[in-house]
Every structure is written in structure tokens, then in C-alpha cells.
Design a protein around this ligand. Sequence first.
Ligand code: TXA
Ligand code: MG
Length: 316
Amino acid sequence: MSAGIGQDIQRAAAILSEGDLVAIPTETVYGLAANAFNADAVLRIFQVKERPAFDPLIVHVHGMEQLERVVATVPPEAEALMRAFWPGPLTLVLPKSPRVPDIVTSGLDTVGVRMPAHPLALELLRALDLPLAAPSANPFGYVSPTTAQHVADQLGEKIPYILDGGPCTVGVESTIIGWEDGLPVLYRPGGLALERIEEVVGTVRPHVKQVLPVAPGMIESHYAPRKPVLVGDVDRFLREHADERCGVIAFRNVHDAWQCETLAPNGDISEAARRLFGVLRELDASAADLIIAERFPEEGLGRAINDRLRRAAAKR
Ligand code: TXA
Ligand code: MG
């Protein structure tokens, strides 16, 4: 089997309603989608991605009516965030409805939900009228896909259809917010700047409670190319690896290296986020021996970029 690629919403809807998988575009990264109410279909996601069952999925909805079938309650702060940022790159972790199968949430009593800001994804969700469970459409642990071709390169033989919505405009996964003891916490920095979220709900703390039944560090290595990745003082790393082919990822500077990819010469951090995963894939596929990245400013989308680079560099 080799995946069809196209813009056929009806075809995508038919495949999903039969319990099979479709890769879908979102503004952040491509997702590997299944009917969130069909446990067998969701199980296929874990098989295709080779994803461990303890890592819960995000459920995608097209609006508030659909959200009410997925969550048990919508606290006022969550509603304020939805009103401010949906559709958009923000996932909220809320108490789950009993209708959502345990496999979606890895047995947790909460579910991650978001409304994606992509016209094709929204059209599909409306046509199907089923919520879609969808993690990023990459093999577990590898760099997330930001084009239909990225999906085809890695999962093309395993799924029937890829809905092609063009290159993702945000380029890093959604920001994930939940609540601990009634206070907002950050589970994952992402495509919506924390500063903007704090304008709505006040200070958001790092999450402290262990939500997943795994030892810390087990999924530290993530978003990872096959080649070694070093993050930090680029000039020092270039001196230390002077005899090797170094592929460099920089924010706005140009480094004298075997190859240097400057993500945003004009300093636009959104552009840097949009290009990050594509450049990681390119360097991974190139003749480079290793990948060296700058550390980005730890604010706005820079936080998400640094998080992904740190995990890309974590030892497996
Ligand atoms: O932008 C995105 O969020 C993309 C697109 C496709 O929507 N999806 C995505 O999914 O990045 P994935 O599977 O790669 O990341 C899902 C992560 C899990 O690894 C977990 O950290 C968190 O979401 N998550 C999901 N449900 C959760 C829950 N109930 N409690 C805490 N964290 C949860
Ligand atoms: Mg992922």
C-alpha cells in the first residue's frame, strides 16, 4: 500500500468513518488522525507510530458543541482561553467525558483537546462530525512533519491517505496547558506564546505532578534526528568538531561551517519556528556528520524551539 495524497475531504471522511487512519494538516504539524470514539481505530495510531501506550493523544474538535462530547466540564478559565485562542495552537487538558475511550488518554481521567486553525482540518471535522484523536504524524521520537511529503516519506506505506493542506504555518506543536490544584500549568511550550496565555489567566507555572506513568527522562529524547545534535555555543562546538561535516542551525547569524541554515535572518521568531523541523529533517538526510544548533531567546516561540532542540539533543 502507498498512501494517496490530495485534498479530497470526502475521501478522508469516508476512510475515517470506516475506522482507518488519515494524516491531516493542522497549522502546527501534520497529525495522524482516527475517530476518537473508536478504540480500535485509535489503537492503529499507536501501532503505526510505534508509540508507547502510556503517551496520551490530543483530540481535535471543530467547535464548542463537539467539545462537549469529549470533556466532562469546561472551567471558566479554560473557556476564556478558548475564546481568546481557538482555533489555534493551544491544547487544554480537561476532565474527560466517559465517552472517550481509555486508550486515547492512556487511562488518565483528563483529555487534551484543541481546535486546529487549518481550513481543511476544520472542514473535515465538520463533514465527519466526529472528534479526531491525532498525535503528530511521525514515527515515535522522530521530528514532527510539517509537509504532506514529510508524512509520506515515513508513514506513506502504512496509511491509506494524506490530506495535503500545504506547509504548516506555525511549524511547532501546540502549547499544552492544564490545571493543578485549580491553577494553570504548562505541560509543553509550543506554537502559542506563554506570554499571551498569561495575559488571559495570569501566571502559568511549570507542571509538577507526574501525569504519565513513566520515569522522568523516558520521553526526554524526542523530536530527534538520527544524527547527533549539540545545542549551545556554536563556535566552541565548531572548533571541537573541526574535522567533521557540521550542519548548523542558527537564528539570525551565519556561521562558517560545512552547512549553515539561518532560520530567520530578519529575526522573526515565527519564521524560525516554521522552518525548524524542515531544516532538522534536511540536515538529517544530508551528508552532515552532526547537527549543531544555537540556543534561541527563551521567550515567545523561542521557548518551544529551545524545548524541541533540547529534546532532539537528549541521549536515547
Ligand atoms: O500541535 C499539536 O498538538 C499536534 C497536532 C497534530 O495537533 N499534536 C501533537 O500530538 O503534538 P503529540 O501526540 O505529538 O503530543 C501529545 C502530547 C502527549 O505527548 C502529552 O505530553 C500531552 O500531549 N497530553 C495529551 N493528553 C494529555 C493529558 N491528558 N494530560 C497531560 N498531557 C497530555
Ligand atoms: Mg509528537
